[in-house]
Design a protein around this ligand. Structure first.
Ligand SMILES: Cc1cc2nc3c(=O)[nH]c(=O)nc-3n(C[C@H](O)[C@H](O)[C@H](O)COP(=O)(O)OP(=O)(O)OC[C@H]3O[C@@H](n4cnc5c(N)ncnc54)[C@H](O)[C@@H]3O)c2cc1C
Length: 427
């Protein structure tokens, strides 16, 4: 997108075409205007359109331009935080509710993929949270205990079982979550857009909203070429927020995350490396993730931005790490490298906001937004449809907060990841 191979990388090269969309160039009228064409906005659009609501989506660039078209593609259950931490931070009744809906998150994603025949290379063979050393084992054992208590289909694997599934002896064990799996993320978001359009939604691209006005109980959102008048607005712009509700961006610290992809591995290697194609990530603080794509390319990711000197440093680190993890690969040749921004909140939990009367938003997924974005898009749709009142939502309604020292923290994370990968790649 935007002729930048580092924005969507491999995903842009291997996704089916986006559905046909147009630039907004007239004064349009809808029941609901949705700002942002990622998982949250398009899931909300799909569920509203299915219910017969006249809905228009306004996307500043292209469908999936934000994090939805750039991520690793791990379709996980729950949030980054352990279930009991989610419960204690949210308190009751929200903690229990959010764990219920997000525990079932991957099932909602699979069900939409089936219902609309979304062509997105979905692999439903689970994910493996790979333990590094003793500390890693303690971490995944506790996660397993908390999910098992909730009846979730998770299972601890020992070092030998992990090595057999992953193809490396680097890990002391892993936590298999059978609810989870992988998708081609850009294909999925394009598929959601196609489904929403087929259900009756209108999707405008290259139509960034620059302002919003309210008069006589109706909203009008303005773009360079036109406007949409609507009763409700959904702000689904998350970490890629521009105008007009910038407070969503101001409450998040952006954490860059990159991915690299090798050439397709030969069949002999594919028999040893992730033969079941689980999606993986590890327990390190500066975490790594890895998975295969449809053609057997190994995709490895970690924290960092591929800009300035970071582009060389992070790719050098990834090449070396791949060789260390999977010595059987031999020479590593990278075919693609790309990165995006993860929005993180102060307590690592997502937010539900009323930004103004009839203007709703859910954001702040903290790096886990495929299932949550899909689920919360539906939640937003049901709220607008009057099916859930504020007190019945899975998230508490809160006002946006302002993150202190945001820019400093963002620079620190970007520079810190680069330094750590620079050192790790050499010593
Ligand atoms: C590199 C990376 C790896 C990740 N890996 C995973 C993973 O493996 N699993 C997982 O579950 N999650 C992962 N995530 C998180 C996940 O991708 C996000 O949480 C999710 O995509 C957020 O979806 P969204 O629809 O809310 O926002 P986005 O997909 O970011 O969409 C927001 C859209 O709003 C548009 N926009 C902004 N301002 C305006 C405006 N004024 N007018 C119109 N449009 C506007 C943007 O152009 C953008 O397209 C990852 C994220 C990144 C960046």
């Amino acid at each position: 997108m935007l002729n930048d191979s580092r924005s969507h990388g491999l995903w842009e090269r291997t996704a089916p075409e986006a559905p046909h969309t147009v630039v907004l160039q007239h004064a349009d009228k809808r029941d609901v205007a949705i700002i942002g064409g990622g998982y949250t906005g398009l899931s909300a659009a799909l569920h509203l359109a299915e219910a017969g609501v006249n809905v228009g989506v306004l996307e500043a660039v292209e469908i999936g331009f934000g994090a939805s078209g750039r991520n690793v593609g791990l379709v996980n259950a729950g949030l980054w935080m352990k279930p009991e931490d989610v419960k204690s931070t949210f308190g009751e009744p929200f903690g229990e509710r959010v764990l219920d809906v997000l525990g079932n998150g991957p099932a909602e994603v699979w069900s939409l993929i089936d219902k609309y025949a979304i062509d997105c290379d979905a692999v439903r063979n689970g994910t493996l949270h790979c333990a590094v050393g003793k500390a890693g084992i303690i971490e995944i054992t506790e996660r397993a205990r908390q999910w098992e208590k909730r009846g979730a289909p998770v299972r601890l694997l020992n070092a030998e079982e992990t090595a057999a599934r992953v193809g490396t002896t680097a890990y002391a064990g892993s936590l298999l979550d059978s609810r989870a799996g992988t998708i081609q993320p850009l294909s999925y978001v394009r598929g959601l857009a196609r489904a929403a359009i087929s259900a009756g939604a209108r999707v405008y691209t290259s139509s960034g909203v620059t302002a919003a006005e309210r008069s006589n109980g109706k909203w009008t959102v303005l773009t360079a070429g036109g406007s949409v008048q609507a009763d409700w607005i959904v702000v689904a712009t998350d970490a890629y927020t521009k105008t007009p509700w910038k407070e969503i961006r101001h409450q998040q610290v952006l954490l860059p995350y990159f991915n690299v992809a090798t050439r397709p591995l030969p069949d002999t290697l594919r028999k040893t490396i992730l033969p079941n194609r689980e999606g993986c990530w590890d327990t390190k603080k500066l975490l790594s993730s890895f998975r295969l794509d449809r053609e057997g390319r190994l995709i490895m990711g970690s924290i960092g931005a591929l800009r300035g000197t970071g582009a060389t440093t992070h790719q050098a680190w990834a090449t070396r790490s791949l060789r260390k993890l999977f010595p059987q690969i031999g020479e590593v040749e990278l075919e693609a490298a790309w990165y995006g921004m993860i929005g993180t909140t102060s307590d690592h939990l997502p937010r539900f906001h009323y930004l103004a009367p009839n203007v709703v938003s859910i954001c702040g997924y903290n790096g886990r937004g495929i299932s949550p974005g899909t689920v919360f898009g539906r939640v937003l749709a049901e709220h607008i449809l009057g099916k859930t009142r504020d007190a019945e939502l899975p998230l508490p309604v809160t006002a946006p907060e302002t993150m202190t020292l945001r820019t400093l923290k963002e620079n620190y994370y970007e520079a810190g990841a680069e330094l750590a990968h620079f050192v790790d790649a050499r010593f």
